[in-house]
Design a protein around this ligand. Structure first.
Ligand code: ADP
Length: 618
């Protein structure tokens, strides 16, 4: 049962909503015309919902009323009104839908945008689920009258000045659907003229599936663009269509038009956006592909047509193979959906392969925007894993900053005798190159892949081998590097094992082992991970997620060609219990911890360092 409405009951907007309205009224200046697009798009959504409901539930108000959108313009009085015969709203829905912000991140995002650009771009507003409020750019007061399609339902009126409050009242509206009426501010009077409004509709709303009338004249031709032949669709049409279904204001990076016939029959028009939405990992899943059955809209958030790692793709799929009154539950478990999904996936991968081969610039643009999501396909799509791996790109120690290399190219540059593909992870290139474990590789000109995206660590461990070459982290102790340089300069075996013993005694349980390093050149020591241990970067991620996670013990490698280690070896021969020797060993160990970001408290470290400085400056 609906709550009763007291006549003219006043409600206050929630604080967040007030801030949003304030932002819109005072900071949204560009593209005022988009209010038309937003209202038409909401009307079209409401009509789609109605059409879908009608398929399964005949008991609705005015089941035979035409599905359409009527815009009435009163030029003399500057009044704009838009009426749809869609699903309508009851009074609870009115409050829920027109009194709150759907997505909690929206307000913060818009605030940030305003801070950066000083104003908000009206063109972008539709993406954030707050399109309705764009009318407050052009008017001071709005009346929404609505009657739910529910045969039992009553009609309500929602009135607001877009400031602090709104009023809900009963209404005498008899027809199903929603009518929104408002008087235009003087400076926006042009939107009460047929010519202007028709132009806006032509620009933004050409692909609405329902007839749109402006003062009783039908202004759109309903064309299912994806039913046209490839050669008959123009780039402008495609771009407009993309903007229409995605609410993006930019043109897409690329598109794919499919007409599959045979055992499986479907048509599809898919688009790759130019820029990843700010909510890449959250809202993205919601509106990806629109599903049609024989030109009739079924649902706009069809999650089952693309694997998660391709959810950034927008578009339309229309199939004759599904029954018209298909329910969500049926679509979810239908083998037809799985087959369509498999075809779409391989066609998209083929498109990316084509870009990588023939238009690298475009491919890298795509990669920059979507690779954090795209890469996760390696862990989830075993059928296509190899194709995805081929499309991976990385910075390496030999590429310039921001230039990316494929694994294939890396392998083609491998030196004679190099059997492994080496990688190292870190926050960014600047930090990675300081990793002492890289010294050997730099000195011997062996290329190392730099993993700078945290997602890489989750995916790289699933690759194991590429072209029969194992992938190995340079932070691991079992790395096979044969040291050629400096060996003449090295300590003898006896002396080495003596100093290693002392290191072990002093560091006790703090390390898993102490070993002679084959890879260090300029640093006296470094911490590495045991052969079965977790990559250090990965450990950091685990620790971020679980504060109690302690991680594995490290192995300390010492560089027996380094002056400091040689000096310590001398002290060790004289007296292995020397206090200064012990202190220096702890200092070296903590220094390596510090480099890795694992030193819990720098207090003792700095105290010891000051002692050393004092000694050196005497
Ligand atoms: P969005 O459309 O992106 O969800 P809006 O701010 O434009 O965000 O609209 C908020 C909500 O109000 C919609 O999701 C819908 O539930 C409801 N709504 C808006 N216009 C209509 C309409 N003409 N008929 C039915 N419901 C509507």
């Amino acid at each position: 049962m609906e709550n009763e409405v007291k006549s003219g009951q006043e409600f206050e907007f929630k604080a967040e909503m007030k801030q949003l309205l304030n932002l819109i009224v005072h900071s949204l200046y560009t593209h005022p015309e988009i209010f038309v697009r937003e209202l038409v798009s909401n009307a079209s959504d409401a009509l789609n919902k109605l059409r879908f409901k009608r398929l399964t539930n005949p008991d609705i108000l005015q089941p035979d009323a035409e599905l359409g959108i009527k815009i009435k313009l009163d030029k003399e009085n500057g009044i704009f009104s838009i009426e749809d015969s869609g699903i309508g709203m009851n009074n609870e829905e009115l409050t829920a839908n027109l009194g709150t912000i759907a997505s909690s991140g929206t307000l913060q995002f818009l605030k940030n945008m305003k801070e950066q650009q000083k104003s908000l771009d009206g063109n972008m507003i539709g993406q954030f689920g707050v399109g309705f409020y764009s009318i407050f750019m052009v008017t001071d007061e709005v009346t929404v009258e609505t009657r739910s399609a529910d045969a039992e339902g009553k009609a309500y009126k929602w009135i607001s000045k877009g400031e602090e409050k709104y009023i809900i009242d009963e209404s005498d509206k008899e027809t199903r659907g929603t009518t929104i009426t408002f008087k235009l501010k003087d400076e926006y009077k042009e939107y009460a003229e047929d010519y202007t409004v028709k132009n806006v509709l032509n620009k933004y709303s050409n692909f609405v599936d329902f007839p749109i009338y402006v003062n009783d004249e039908k202004v759109n031709n309903i064309t299912a663009l994806w039913h046209k032949k490839k050669d008959d669709t123009t780039t402008e049409e495609l771009n407009e269509f993309y903007k229409f279904i995605s609410a993006d204001y930019q043109e897409p990076l690329g598109h794919l038009q499919l007409n599959i016939e045979g055992v499986l029959n479907f048509k599809a028009l898919l688009f790759i956006p130019k820029v990843a939405p700010p909510y890449l990992f959250r809202d993205l899943q919601d509106k990806s592909l629109h599903l049609y059955s024989n030109k009739v809209f079924i649902q706009d958030d069809c999650k089952d047509l693309l694997p998660d790692y391709l959810k950034f793709v927008k578009g339309v799929v229309d199939t004759e193979d599904l029954p018209l009154n298909v329910s969500r539950e049926v679509t979810q478990s239908s083998p037809i959906m799985t087959k369509i999904k498999n075809t779409l996936t391989s066609k998209l991968l083929a498109l990316f392969e084509d870009w990588a081969e023939n238009d690298n610039e475009k491919f890298l643009e795509f990669y920059k925007q979507f690779s954090p999501v795209f890469k996760t396909g390696i862990n989830s799509d075993f059928t296509n894993k190899d194709k995805i791996v081929n499309l991976l790109r990385f910075e390496t120690s030999l590429t310039e900053k921001e230039k990316l290399s494929s694994l294939k190219d890396y392998v083609s540059r491998m030196k004679d005798g190099q059997n492994d593909i080496f990688y190292v992870a870190g926050d960014n290139r600047e930090n990675i190159v300081k990793n002492p474990n890289l010294e050997y590789f730099f000195n011997n000109n062996i290329e190392v892949i730099f993993l700078t995206d945290p997602v890489d660590l989750f995916t790289i461990t699933y690759i194991f081998n590429f072209e029969n070459k194992p992938l190995k982290s340079i932070d691991k102790a079992d790395i096979d590097v044969s040291k050629t340089d400096n060996s003449a300069n090295d300590l003898s075996e006896d002396i080495t094992s003596g100093i290693i013993e002392t290191f072990k005694k002093v560091l006790e349980d703090n390390v898993q082992d102490v070993i002679k390093s084959k890879r260090l050149v300029d640093s006296p020591c470094t911490l590495v991970v045991g052969k079965d241990g977790m990559d250090p970067q990965m450990e950091k991620i685990m620790q971020m997620m679980d504060k109690g996670y302690s991680g594995s013990k490290r192995i300390l490698e010492i560089n027996t060609s380094h002056e400091i280690i040689k000096n310590l070896a001398k002290l060790n021969i004289a007296n292995p219990d020397d206090e200064f020797l012990k202190k220096t060993i702890i200092q070296l160990y903590e220094g390596s911890m510090l480099i890795e970001g694992y030193l819990k408290s720098p207090i003792d470290y700095v105290k010891r360092m000051n002692e050393f400085i004092l000694k050196a400056t005497r």
